[in-house]
Design a protein around this ligand. Sequence first.
Ligand SMILES: [Zn+2]
Length: 289
Amino acid sequence: MKVAKFGGTSLADAGQIRKVIEITKADPERRIIVVSAPGKRTKDDIKVTDLLIACAKAMLARGEAEKELGAVVGRFAEIQRELELPESLTREIEADLRRRLARDRSHAAAFTDCLKAAGEDNCAKVVAAAFVRGAKALGFKVVVVTNQPGIAKNTLTVAELNAVNARVAELLKKGRATWAALEYCPHHPDGDRKCRAKYVKNCTCRKPKPGLILRAARKLGVDVKRSWMIGDGLNDVQAGRAAGCRTIWVGRMKPEHVERFFGSRKCEPDAAASDLAGALRIIKEAEAS
Ligand SMILES: [Zn+2]
């Protein structure tokens, strides 16, 4: 068994805490981690311990420390939101700080020490909650693979496609979702004089070929056999199968029609769902068994 200690700057924000979790998970020998209070995020930032000392000073001087308390709670709340932990955690942390602030103040040094300790105690709660959440999540990376023959056909520019993708990424971010990679095929096998010649070719990435999936898997170090391809087209199922993924076709068709449609093309998906939520349920069940 190994004990690992992480200092304040390595726990300063959600991104740093994620790294701590990855490092810890990568070594099965590590079983105990010791954490400090969140440190500075930038050179001019204030570490949580110093914010807590300011709380203690304000309380000792004025008998109230709402503003100072708000700064500490704010730091923890930011981390909680970014790690997508329940809001109740921030409320729990605030309640703990208020209990400490309400303690006897006749011994100033002991009172201050008690508040300073709140930084480590509560950071440990955050890290533990993030570990639990990580274990519950399925842990899949989301990859988008898309044919964009408009680029070859000269009806869409790469800049326009990038702008659309950036906007979709921005909207997803609001729902705290993101993709790990987006791979597109700009090619088309047939060209006329209106086409952009350099994109007219029989490439290996246009679905139903598996090139886009394989490229993403290589970039991300993902095992295709443990991955799922979800799509609403025949070519999605074909590309997924060719890449070696398990496949889910999403669409509205009676089960016997799904069977006939894909069966006659010798390309049956592993499962069919009527929407993405259904596809997710299928994956959760399969991963749990
Ligand atoms: Zn291509």
